[in-house]
Design a protein around this ligand. Structure first.
Ligand code: HEC
Ligand code: HEC
Length: 193
């Protein structure tokens, strides 16, 4: 009898395992709409210019930099770390705050590149989504911690205070944090390729 009850429970409540992309259709549609808003922010130049890949070269993209995106000027590269001959520490120019002059180096605490596994620049929405929803590919494991990062990280906050003549991403920090939480609750769906 107890075993039967357990079996019924298991069938009725399959749990969250494998919930990703198996959400009810209305949750999936809502989740995809939330993802598209999240992606509008992640792919915005203020975020994507730092979230670059294995070449370790930050980008200068967005209307502030002309019509074509280009690699950061002055041969800046984070390849080779502190010992690399081509490496000039980011904080040589990027301090903890913006300069008041347009085109001066912007600044926020710990101005540095994220690891290449968090590349957003040049990737499709589907690719960024799949990488972001996988806790093994994210370095920040839980969604709670991601939301905390969004709300407290100085570099994220800088996106909405980018200094003179730089455009801000859409929405606000708190709205973005809310979208991420609701998208996760809706089963974290990702668009098809
Ligand atoms: C100055 C460079 C820089 C800018 C600009 C920047 N980030 Fe990041 N971002 C980082 C670094 C470095 C990390 C890794 C932090 C860590 O692990 O402690 C990171 C990590 C993240 C993560 C965790 C991702 C994961 O997969 O683990 C999110 C989310 C994030 N950033 C959001 C943003 C958003 C949104 C913006 C724009 C508003 C932005 N970032 C702009 C440097 C930057
Ligand atoms: C020699 C000084 C210098 C160094 C070193 C430097 N930068 Fe920059 N960086 C600048 C200047 C100046 C700008 C703004 C250029 C402009 O607005 O035309 C800039 C802009 C940027 C932007 C674009 C911000 C935006 O969205 O408008 C990013 C991202 C960036 N730097 C990241 C880095 C990282 C990461 C490093 C270290 C690997 C680094 N920079 C090293 C001077 C420097």
């Amino acid at each position: 009898m107890i075993r039967l009850a357990l079996l019924i429970l298991l069938i009725v409540c399959p749990g969250r395992a494998g919930a990703q992309d198996q959400a009810a259709p209305q949750d999936r549609a809502r989740g995809l709409e939330l993802w598209s808003r999240i992606h509008q922010v992640f792919s915005h130049p203020r975020c994507a210019n730092c979230h670059v890949g294995t070449d370790r070269v930050p980008m200068w993209s967005g209307p502030e930099y002309g019509s074509t995106p280009r690699p950061h000027g002055m041969n800046i590269s984070a390849k080779g770390g502190d010992n690399g001959s081509n490496y000039l520490a980011c904080t040589t120019c990027h301090t903890t705050h913006n300069l008041d002059t347009p085109h001066g180096p912007p600044g926020a605490l710990d101005w540095e590149l994220p690891g290449p596994e968090r590349q957003w620049f040049g990737k499709s929405s589907a690719e960024v989504c799949k990488q972001f929803r996988d806790p093994k590919l994210r370095n920040i494991e839980s969604i709670d911690a991601v939301v905390r990062h969004i709300k407290t990280d100085a570099r994220v906050a800088w996106g909405w205070e980018p200094g003179p003549e730089r455009k801000k991403p859409p929405y606000s920090v708190n709205e973005l944090a809310g979208f991420i939480r609701q998208w996760d609750k809706a089963g974290a769906p990702c668009p098809a390729e």
